[in-house]
Design a binder for this molecule. Structure first.
Ligand SMILES: *[C@@H]1O[C@H](CO)[C@@H](O)[C@H](O)[C@H]1NC(C)=O
Ligand SMILES: *[C@@H]1O[C@H](CO)[C@@H](O)[C@H](O)[C@H]1NC(C)=O
Length: 441
């Protein structure tokens, strides 16, 4: 949600913080991290592409329901030697929790540690960091949902593209929504798409478009185009960019990256949208997710950010209704899977207590579990966001180190176990699941 880059670096000791942190965790968790220090490349894991069958995801012929998470910071932190071990620590810890997909940024435009320094100019050092992130994920059998640009300003975003066009004297407008309609900016973005899709990973030797470690692509994080509330501008952009991606890469799944608001023509704007403003953001969940080039729908859940006045009870009640509504759309209208690609609760809320976050997580997981039992379209959830110890400076008010609080850890792993129980597991960490599920699996 609050995706600020957080430039304050942990002075020099980044390498040791995550490891020291693990020494202090409670014993039952500590045991499962015992082999953390002896990691090496195994190259044994072979992953296949995730596919879609109607409103279900399929891997190797089995239904796939996802217990996932967000760590947006992977590529950024892989650039520097001292923060690089955090990627491996997070991925290993996640694999031990049976998590299967991580959503992370595959963009950093014109900012600190930029991947794209200026239009069409890439920093090879940063690209190799992304290569590293993908290679590390493959090592533990975790797939990545890679987001391609930000609607918000963090890590450059659409505002950076508009600045570039302005600087080069080709920009139509200084409005950052011109990202969606300016022909020069559309060309910039297509150049970036082509570069990343055909990038050959310097570690694995695979082109990104041929790598099943990549679960899929997300066009843009949380698009809004408030200068055109009709939604036509954003819709045109989605159709053009998704068609362009599919022409280069038709092996991977593609989603938009929406928050999930219903647009001005949808009857659900009144009954399901959080508040009236949500219908005027230039987005529409149904229309934006409908093109045949979009494989699954994406939704975010921020009950505490979306309501000014509502009790915590009321907000939590909204969560299940919001999810059920979108899952129903996936089943009855879109015929596509629906993924809740961010959900978070801020610790800045008045009267915040971590138990409220536990309760919120449990509500989200329960809806996905019910969907999985019915082979429904509600295909997965991604907590915003997980970190490892020693990177508190990079946290926002939503992030957690999931193994620091035993009850949270148990809710997350419990969800892994019950999903695995109904559909088997498609991760290569089945042995580990037997350990963490202890008869619950
Ligand atoms: C795909 O969906 C159809 C219709 O729901 C179903 O009959 C078929 O078994 C599914 N295929 C797989 C591989 O699950
Ligand atoms: C858009 O542009 C305005 C003005 O230049 C800026 O303040 C704002 O942060 C930009 N980004 C977004 C996401 O609105």
């Amino acid at each position: 949600m609050v995706k600020s880059p957080g430039y304050r670096m942990v002075g020099g000791n980044g390498l040791f913080f995550p490891i020291l942190g693990f020494a202090s965790i409670v014993a039952f968790i500590y045991l499962s991290f015992g082999d953390l220090l002896s990691v090496r490349y195994k190259n044994e894991i072979s992953l296949s592409f995730v596919e879609r069958n109607g409103s279900n995801f399929i891997v190797d012929g089995e239904l796939f329901y996802i217990n996932g998470w967000n760590s947006y910071w992977f590529m950024d932190h892989a650039v520097h030697y001292d923060s690089r071990p955090r990627i491996r620590a997070m991925l290993q810890a996640a694999a031990k929790m049976g998590l299967t997909v991580c959503r992370t940024w595959a963009f950093n435009d014109g900012d600190y540690n930029a991947l794209q320094i200026s239009p069409g100019q890439f920093d090879e050092r940063v690209f190799q960091s992304l290569d590293y992130v993908i290679a590390e994920a493959r090592e533990v059998g975790i797939r990545l949902l890679l987001s391609l640009v930000n609607n918000l300003d963090a890590y450059g975003g659409k505002t950076q593209y508009v600045k570039w066009a302005w600087t080069e004297g080709v920009g139509l407008s200084s409005s950052n929504d011109s990202f969606f309609y300016d022909p020069s900016i559309r060309i910039y973005f297509k150049n970036y798409l082509k570069t990343i899709l055909t990038r050959k990973n310097t570690i694995t030797g695979l082109e990104y478009r041929d790598d099943p470690t990549i679960f899929g692509w997300e066009l843009i994080n949380e698009p809004r185009c408030i200068t055109d509330p009709s939604g036509d501008t954003l819709q045109g952009w989605i159709e053009e960019m998704s068609t362009f991606i599919k022409a280069i890469d038709n092996k991977h799944l593609l989603t938009v990256g929406l928050e999930g608001f219903y647009g001005p023509k949808s009857p659900k704007r009144k009954t399901v949208n959080p508040e009236f403003w949500a219908a005027d953001m230039g987005v529409d969940f149904i229309r934006n997710s409908a093109p045949s080039t979009i494989d699954f729908a994406s939704v975010h859940i921020y009950p505490d950010q979306w309501f000014k006045k509502k009790s915590l009870r009321g907000k939590l009640k909204f969560v299940a209704e919001w999810m059920h509504s979108h899952i129903e759309d996936g089943e009855q209208v879109l015929k596509k899977p629906v993924m809740f690609t961010e959900f978070g609760l801020s610790d800045l809320n008045k009267g915040f207590d971590p138990s409220q976050r536990d309760e919120f997580y449990k509500i989200v997981f329960d809806v996905i579990y019910e969907s999985a039992k019915k082979k429904g379209a509600g295909a997965g959830s991604f907590a915003w966001q997980f970190l490892v110890e020693g990177m508190e400076d990079f946290n926002d008010d939503f992030g957690i180190v999931p193994w620091k609080r035993a009850s949270t850890y148990k809710i997350i792993t419990g969800h892994t176990c019950r999903l695995a129980k109904i559909h088997g597991t498609v991760t290569p960490v089945t042995g580990n699941l037997k350990d963490i599920c202890n008869g619950r699996w």
